[in-house]
Write a protein that binds this ligand. Structure first.
Ligand SMILES: [Zn+2]
Length: 311
């Protein structure tokens, strides 16, 4: 039966071709990525702050890339954050041990955890800044990330600087269950300490920001910025649609939609974030003398007035 042999050989050839396709790792390590017009060189995208010139899409960036675009390369200092002794207290295994996932994420991103803290200068104002890397296990928050955030807040309090947080990520890390979930409370209490010390807390929502992150420290800012096109949600769109049984608008759960409904104060392009956040901080810090004097009073009542003045 020649035709059967031919058919089997054809199948084997297709399998061989499919096997030769580049892996996810190959794509990550290549000089190329893709956007609306097809393949695009990463260095071309980087020269425009990782924003597509054709469609304006703000591509996701790592913590270092975030600090580079915000402060300028070399204009900031990364702060070493503490890592808890035990990172896998539950010894969790599903399709793969959590320990292995963690090791791979650290190797892939070069970070100890998803959160990075740095100190830098904008408009001659000393700032403590934090960012979350979505490539590190979906930017999820475990005890390590919680420690890093608390360390950053403490640094801001000790040095009397504003705290600027570029929040993104899928929520609390379920491999750590309740240990991860308690970081919603811990980070909320930390942010509260920042406010007790009259220090501005500026949040910038970047793509994608969801789950327990949106339900805790990402929604506690004195002023909320959103980076153009970023997704910001608690539950996913399909879950909401299945629950309310209504057709949702196309821009549902984008920062632009949330601005229209009062959740976010301003939506800003990546290139404008340093000047916009710098302006707001200048106004906040001039309002009642300086932060050093401890008289700053950025209450929610005057935030609307401040954002209007900055525009
Ligand atoms: Zn594009």
């Amino acid at each position: 039966m020649n035709w059967i042999k031919k058919a089997l050989n054809f199948g084997q050839n297709i399998k061989r071709i499919l096997k030769k396709r580049p892996s996810k790792k190959d794509i990550e390590n290549s000089d190329w990525t893709s956007c609306c017009t097809g393949p695009i060189l990463k260095k071309d995208l980087e020269s425009n702050l990782w924003v597509c010139k054709a469609c304006g899409k703000h591509h996701r960036i790592s913590c270092v890339q975030r600090f580079d675009t915000f402060f300028g390369k070399g204009n900031y200092e990364i702060l070493k954050t503490p890592i808890p002794g035990v990172e896998d207290a539950l010894n969790w295994t599903d399709t793969k041990p959590y320990k292995d996932r963690l090791r791979e994420a650290k190797k892939k991103t070069g970070q100890d955890c998803a959160v990075m803290i740095c100190k830098g200068n904008i408009n001659n104002i000393q700032i403590t800044a934090a960012a979350i890397n979505f490539s590190f296990l979906g930017g999820s928050i475990s005890s390590s990330e919680g420690e890093a955030i608390i360390y950053g807040v403490q640094h801001a309090i000790d040095n009397k600087t504003p705290f600027v947080f570029f929040t993104s990520g899928g929520g609390m890390r379920m491999f750590q269950s309740a240990i991860a979930l308690q970081n919603m409370t811990r980070t909320t209490l930390a942010i509260n300490e920042l406010k007790k010390n009259n220090l501005p807390y500026i949040v910038c929502i970047v793509d994608p920001c969801a789950g327990g992150i949106t339900a805790s420290f990402a929604m506690l800012g004195d002023i909320h910025f959103g980076e153009t096109g970023a997704l910001c949600a608690f539950a996913g769109r399909r879950v909401v649609q299945a629950t309310v049984k209504e057709e949702l608008p196309s821009d549902f759960q984008t920062v632009e939609y949330l601005q229209k409904h009062g959740f976010i104060d301003r939506v800003v392009n990546r290139k404008d974030l340093p000047s916009e956040i710098g302006n707001i901080l200048s106004i906040l810090l001039k309002k009642d003398n300086t932060v050093e004097s401890g008289n700053l009073n950025a209450t929610s009542e005057n935030i609307e007035q401040i954002t209007k003045a900055a525009s």
